[in-house]
Design a protein around this ligand. Structure first.
Ligand code: UFG
Length: 336
């Protein structure tokens, strides 16, 4: 069975390709490599000892996308492709809406044309409103606060409308919490192009002595140690969640959201400590003021994914730190 993966060269996409191939699915990948490297896909092939077709295609290019569907007998799509930097989305919102929202519209039009109505969509915990109570359940109030988050929220609503218009669609909206870590082999991992925005890649670059010290954004939140609390999830657990969601949509119809998190919240300083203990590398840090737009605490209730998909995270914070460090230390310049 052939599954189309959009954005398959990215951090979560590449790990999901590995899990799908290991589970016996055939895949076809499209990516425009705007924020990813073809080397990631070479390594997916190396890790799985399997080959697959790769297309350098922008989702907005409807003709080329149509061609991909004509050349392959695609039965379902896992849609990762999109822009993901919160700060950048505030600077260039039109670019974000064009890529994330219009890109998905084009994809769905082409899917519809070819009678492919099974879709797994990369959403985000950022769609939850800042006032929502933790643990977040799928019916917690929504309300994103930046263009990136709103683009994910809009796409969720569009996909629900699509299902309402035609009940033969089957769509899983996967709300990721904070994916970190890397494949245990150290061959694929997160490869931020510039200064990392996110906590774990920043920590690993400090550990590699590429950056002087970590800046901790705020220690006056109403949390046990004052620093922000998030639900960090190992990227391999997250990738396995996609395989489970795919299994679900292949055998049902609907448009359902699922939280993919561990259900455990950890603070910035807890993550730093876990990293130091696991790797033996010290992480110098300084406390700065809060980062605009950040909330104090965010973690999932993963109960629905466990009940409906038969999925739950199995890796802990130490696994995440160990694997993130193996990736960083063996690939000091990422895929370059
Ligand atoms: N943090 C620091 N220093 C840094 C980076 C982050 O102290 O250099 C702190 C943040 O203030 C926050 C925590 O570490 O408390 C996690 O921050 P990240 O940037 O790693 O992650 P966020 O929770 O802000 O955002 C992530 C993704 C978003 C996604 C969101 C979903 O980056 O794309 O989770 O909740 F939308």
């Amino acid at each position: 069975m052939c599954i189309l993966i959009t954005g398959g060269a990215g951090f979560i996409g590449s790990h999901t390709c590995v899990e799908l191939l290991n589970e016996g699915f055939d895949i076809v990948v499209i990516d425009n490599f705007s924020n990813s490297s073809p080397v990631a896909l070479e390594r997916v092939k190396e890790l799985t000892n399997q080959d697959f077709q790769i297309y350098d295609v922008n989702l907005l290019d409807k003709e080329k996308l149509d061609h991909v569907f004509k050349e392959n007998k695609i039965e379902a799509v896992i849609h990762f492709a999109g822009l993901k930097a919160v700060g950048e989305s505030v600077e260039i919102p039109l670019h974000y809406y064009q890529n994330n929202v219009t890109g998905t519209l084009v994809l769905c039009e082409v899917m519809k044309k070819h009678g492919v109505k099974k879709l797994v969509f990369s959403s985000s915990a950022t769609v939850y409103g800042t006032q929502a109570k933790v643990p977040l359940t799928e019916d917690s109030p929504l309300g994103a606060i930046n263009p990136y988050g709103r683009s994910k929220w809009m796409v969720e609503e569009i996909l629900r409308d699509l299902y309402i218009s035609d009940n033969s669609w089957s769509i899983a909206l996967l709300r990721y919490f904070n994916p970190i870590g890397a494949h245990g082999s150290g061959r694929i991992g997160e490869d931020p192009k510039d200064v990392p925005n996110n906590l774990m890649p920043y920590i690993t670059q400090v550990a590699a002595r590429k950056r002087e010290k970590l800046r901790v954004f705020g220690n006056d939140y109403p949390t046990p140690d004052g620093t922000g609390v998030r639900d960090y999830i190992h990227v391999v657990d997250l990738a396995k969640g996609h395989v489970k969601a795919l299994g679900k949509i292949l055998t049902s119809t609907g448009a359902e959201a699922y939280n993919l998190g561990t259900g455990v919240g950890n603070s910035v300083l807890e993550l730093v400590k876990a990293f130091e203990e696991t790797t033996g590398v010290t992480i110098p840090y300084e406390i700065l003021g809060r980062r605009p737009g950040d909330i104090a605490t965010c973690y999932a209730s993963p109960a629905k994914a466990k009940k409906d998909l038969g999925w739950e995270a199995t890796k802990d914070l130490k696994d995440m730190c160990k694997d993130a460090w193996k990736w960083q230390s063996t690939n000091p310049n990422g895929y370059e």
